[in-house]
Design a protein around this ligand. Structure first.
Ligand code: SAH
Ligand code: SF4
Ligand code: F3S
Length: 437
């Protein structure tokens, strides 16, 4: 029997889906390349914006139709979206063809739920309270990649940014024991993985719940001792990201000089309304210091336009930061109302057409900055980890700054570190030539 998992949302969700894959394979299933050849279809969902949820509902509808012709098919829906009680109830009632509904903390029970469905075809639903999380160690994980691996360091979120649903569906912060993280990274490196990305909604809170002085810097220092590899992390919170941490990163040999530092807004008034706890000045001081101590650093960000009450002048502050920092990459979103969050109740919602218009202006500016950042790389040589085939049958790899460069070379170079000189660029891509090992 074959299974297919479709994942929406963040890196954490992708990684959770790898755990689901591991559990499902233990039940004897193998991975299918598409929906059509799978008996078990899992929709691992996200609810960060309305659009994400609409897509899932559309998919469930389409699959339900297919299932009338293929009644043996098993449909599972779970993750952040179904962690919302009303949504889980809606799916349960509206889509009788869905067999399994699971919450964000019920991955460990997925194999049991599957057994139940295989034995007696009834709909099963397991959704624990978001705040009652147990960290399950040594779960089977079916990794999607053989060079790069995600490793969770902290689950949940305590920040309650006023627009965000994550704290409600993922529960309170819970750090993973340092020894488990170190052991997992050791095993991955021994298996030949070359790059590890540490995951958390706010990695800078790592260890605070232990109340014994453990923190993110300490973790980075411990992991740095484990060999020669590339170590990345996301996301950081500008309120908790400090100068000392920047120095720590610079002092390590393995931590890549790549910082994902979500801005959300450049306006102090809006940042406050968002409950983010920093100022434009503090944010710019951080990015300035990053470039000062690590001139080769790349910085990426997340930005929301059209948060309730955002005026043209607030938006100008956001554009100003984008102009000033010169992000290598920015993930930009139009504010989406999430029921149950504080911002959903604000009565000064920004009209859709204004959100769209601002979004396009921001996109245009960021594209210009991306092009400028890529242009700065022209003629310079970078160490690439070769990932495989990319655009137009060229090889593709990433720099330590996580920039993708396409170049011509032998596929046997996959997994190797090579030196490539940048020869051409555009807004979205970089091209280079191999200059030896
Ligand atoms: N924990 C991470 C990001 C989590 S969600 C962090 O704090 O950086 C990823 C991004 O989605 C956020 O950074 C934010 O830019 C965006 N986002 C979250 N809620 C949103 C909403 N209601 N509408 C639009 N974008 C949102
Ligand atoms: Fe959401 Fe803020 Fe937590 Fe990120 S830090 S997950 S944006 S509440
Ligand atoms: Fe989405 Fe859940 Fe991640 S809401 S962004 S999948 S934590």
């Amino acid at each position: 029997m074959k299974y297919f998992i479709e994942v929406w949302g963040c890196a954490m969700n992708e990684h959770d889906a790898e755990t689901l894959g591991g559990l499902i394979e233990k039940k004897g299933f193998t991975k299918a390349d598409s929906y059509s050849e799978a008996q078990l279809i899992v929709l691992h969902t996200c609810c960060i914006r309305a659009k994400a949820e609409d897509k899932v509902i559309g998919r469930i509808g389409a699959l339900s139709k297919i299932k009338t012709k293929r009644p043996e098919m098993i449909i599972a829906v779970g993750g952040c979206m179904t962690q919302q009680e009303e949504v889980a109830k809606y799916i349960e009632k509206r889509f009788k063809k869905v067999d399994i509904i699971y919450g964000t903390h019920n991955l460990n029970e997925f194999d049991k739920m599957l057994t139940t469905v295989l034995e007696d075809k009834n709909q099963v639903k397991n959704i624990s309270n978001a705040d009652e999380m147990i960290i399950w160690e040594n779960m089977p994980i079916k990794r999607n990649d053989e060079l790069k691996a995600y490793v969770n360091i902290i689950y949940g979120c305590n920040n309650f940014c006023s627009y965000c649903i994550v704290p409600y569906v993922r529960g309170r912060e819970k750090s993973r024991e340092i020894s488990f993280i170190v052991d997992e990274v050791k095993v991955l490196l021994s298996k030949g993985f070359k790059e590890i990305t540490l995951l958390g909604q706010n990695v800078n809170s790592y260890g605070h719940d232990f109340k014994d002085g453990t923190n993110f810097s300490l973790l980075l220092k411990e992991l740095d001792k484990l060999g020669d590899y590339r170590l990345r992390f996301m996301s950081s919170h500008p309120r908790d990201f400090d100068f000392e941490l920047i120095d720590t990163i610079n002092d390590t040999k393995n931590v890549c000089h790549q910082i994902h530092l979500p801005l959300q807004s450049g306006s102090d008034r809006i940042i406050k309304e968002m409950n983010r706890g920093y100022t434009k000045k503090h944010y710019l001081a951080l990015t300035e210091y990053i470039y000062k101590v690590m001139p080769d650093a790349t910085i990426s960000t997340d930005i929301i336009v059209g948060f309730p009450g955002e005026t043209e002048s607030d938006f100008q502050d956001t554009l100003d930061v984008v102009e000033n920092v010169g992000y290598d990459q920015a993930y930009m979103f139009m504010y989406s109302i999430r029921e149950g969050t504080r911002a959903a109740k604000m009565d000064n919602q920004v009209p859709e057409d204004i959100k769209k218009e601002r979004f396009h202006r921001l996109l245009k500016l960021q594209n210009k900055k991306s092009l400028e950042r890529n242009k700065e790389m022209l003629g310079k040589t970078y160490e690439l980890l070769v990932e495989g085939l990319g655009e137009k049958a060229r090889l593709t790899g990433r720099t330590r700054g996580n920039k993708v460069i396409n170049f011509t070379g032998d596929i046997n170079l996959k997994g190797k570190l090579v030196k490539v000189k940048v020869t051409d660029y555009n807004t979205w891509s970089l091209y280079g030539e191999l200059i030896g090992d």
